[in-house]
Design a protein around this ligand. Structure first.
Ligand SMILES: *[C@@H]1O[C@H](CO)[C@@H](O)[C@H](O)[C@H]1NC(C)=O
Ligand SMILES: *[C@@H]1O[C@H](CO)[C@@H](O)[C@H](O)[C@H]1NC(C)=O
Ligand SMILES: *[C@@H]1O[C@H](CO)[C@@H](O)[C@H](O)[C@H]1NC(C)=O
Ligand SMILES: *[C@@H]1O[C@H](CO)[C@@H](O)[C@H](O)[C@H]1NC(C)=O
Ligand SMILES: *[C@@H]1O[C@H](CO)[C@@H](O)[C@H](O)[C@H]1NC(C)=O
Length: 413
């Protein structure tokens, strides 16, 4: 079958092309970033921070957590399980851990193009603001102690973190917008780029950070699609489109990116863990279907790394089809799509319908387990056709080609 052979060759060469184009560091405009929390030692075998920065799998590492806003002496408190806690020394008159020894790890990771942020909150925390000035003063503290400011109290020494993440799961939801706005007055003036993110639970809107993300500028939202009815384990209720719509129509930052947050192992969360194959399906559909998709977030490094490199499987799949997405239009393509237009949308609809049919009705998931890589190959045709050949073949022809190819693959088994 000449057609199939030619299609195989095309897919292979395009995959090779894409791998060469693969950007190793963090790039906020790309849709193949992997953000992985580090610090809480969820799996019990947490390694040093630099250990997880040795390869190119992680792009963003939020350090978890700064879990008390106003502790002894009015200073915050942090804990990174056995790696750094109050037992490792505190600043005089405070209960703030001295984690200066982590500076070299942080800088090592940053040197590899990754961004390291500080996550505020967590499940076990004492956080929140009762008025505006308290929130703004706390922004000063965070800027001076962890970011580009100056203070005698620098828990990571000379290391300058790349931003802040709000994983608020308790306390009052008020004034976080004031905190972020004040922080922005510093970061906007700085030479270095700082990132502000939040990690709401999937029920929309989030009870804690919902108001803040709707009022202030955030760079990315790591939606926790677990421990809830809308988690990855409930495909009927999983709803990325709610977050996509919010991002495009209500977010003060219209370029905000949405990440699919997932547990890194079966024990990482109460519920919501799915196999790497299933998470890859979710991620690739979102990567193709939504211009707001920024990548995947995993909880946490110890879980995802020890789970047969779940983290790497996800990153590899994301990177294979990753793109520089600028307001929804591809900027790495070799020409072709040339602007928006309803043609592209129709084409996309055709792909999604056909892909869904193949996966659900025609049992593609089953096929994938029989032959590792088949789904990948099919999805790669979808992506490459969609992103690169849409100018050349019409949606109808494409669907025909897709069907023909899948039949060919199945007859081969
Ligand atoms: C920090 O404290 C833990 C105990 O909680 C210990 O195992 C670790 O070695 C300490 N780290 C340093 C750098 O002292
Ligand atoms: C924090 O720890 C570093 C060594 O890691 C030490 O040099 C510094 O003096 C400590 N700071 C305080 C305030 O104890
Ligand atoms: C804000 O709240 C803090 C902490 O409760 C309090 O000390 C301060 O007086 C309050 N400031 C204003 C302006 O209400
Ligand atoms: C977000 O803010 C807009 C007004 O700027 C408002 O119309 C909308 O209801 C808010 N959405 C949420 C989820 O709070
Ligand atoms: C693609 O996005 C559209 C618009 O949000 C949505 O209606 C559709 O369900 C999405 N398709 C998939 C497969 O997620």
């Amino acid at each position: 079958m000449t057609w199939s052979v030619r299609m195989d060759q095309l897919v292979l060469s395009l995959i090779i092309l894409f791998r060469i184009a693969f950007v190793l560091g963090f790039d906020e405009n790309r849709n193949d970033n992997l953000a992985v929390y580090w610090g809480q030692n969820s799996n019990g075998d947490q390694q040093t921070l630099s250990y997880y920065c040795q390869d190119d799998v992680y792009n963003v590492i939020p350090l978890a957590f700064l879990y008390v806003f106003f502790g002894t002496g009015g200073e915050p408190m942090m804990s990174f399980a056995d790696t750094c806690n109050e037992g490792n020394g505190t600043f005089p008159g405070t209960a703030l851990s001295n984690c200066t020894f982590l500076a070299s790890d942080i800088e090592y990771c940053q040197g590899k193009g990754k961004i390291i942020t500080l996550s505020l909150g967590g499940a076990d925390s004492s956080v929140g603001f009762t008025n505006e000035s308290q929130a703004e003063d706390f922004a000063d503290t965070v800027w001076n102690s962890f970011l580009g400011g100056d203070s005698d109290v620098r828990p990571f020494g000379k290391a300058v973190l790349d931003g802040i993440d709000l994983d608020i799961e308790g306390g009052l939801p008020t004034y976080y917008n004031k905190f972020v706005d004040k922080l922005r007055t510093y970061t906007d003036k700085a030479d270095k780029t700082y990132y502000i993110t939040a990690a709401p639970q999937c029920p929309f809107p989030d009870a804690y950070v919902g108001p803040a993300i709707n009022q202030s500028r955030f760079d990315a939202i790591y939606v926790q699609f677990y421990n809830n009815y809308c988690g990855l384990n409930y495909p009927e209720q999983f709803d990325f489109s709610l977050w996509d719509t919010w991002a495009r129509t209500q977010s003060p930052n219209p370029d905000v990116k949405i990440y699919i947050g997932a547990p890194g192992s079966a024990t990482a969360a109460g519920q919501g863990y799915v196999s790497p194959e299933v998470l890859i399906q979710y991620a690739l559909v979102a990567q193709t279907n939504y211009s707001t998709f920024g990548g995947v977030m995993l909880w946490d490094a110890s879980d995802a790394y020890s789970n047969d490199r779940y983290d790497k499987k996800i990153k590899d799949a994301l990177a294979e089809f990753g793109q520089d997405v600028d307001n929804g239009s591809s900027s790495t393509g070799t020409g072709g799509t040339g602007g928006t237009g309803t043609g592209q949308e129709c084409f996309q609809d055709a792909f999604v319908t056909e892909g869904r049919n193949l996966i659900e009705r025609d049992g593609m998931s089953d096929l994938y387990t029989k032959e590792q890589g088949t789904l990948h190959l099919l999805t790669s045709i979808i992506h490459h056709s969609f992103k690169r050949l849409s100018a050349k073949i019409s949606g109808k022809d494409y669907v025909k080609a897709f069907r023909k190819y899948s039949l060919y693959r199945r007859s081969e088994l």
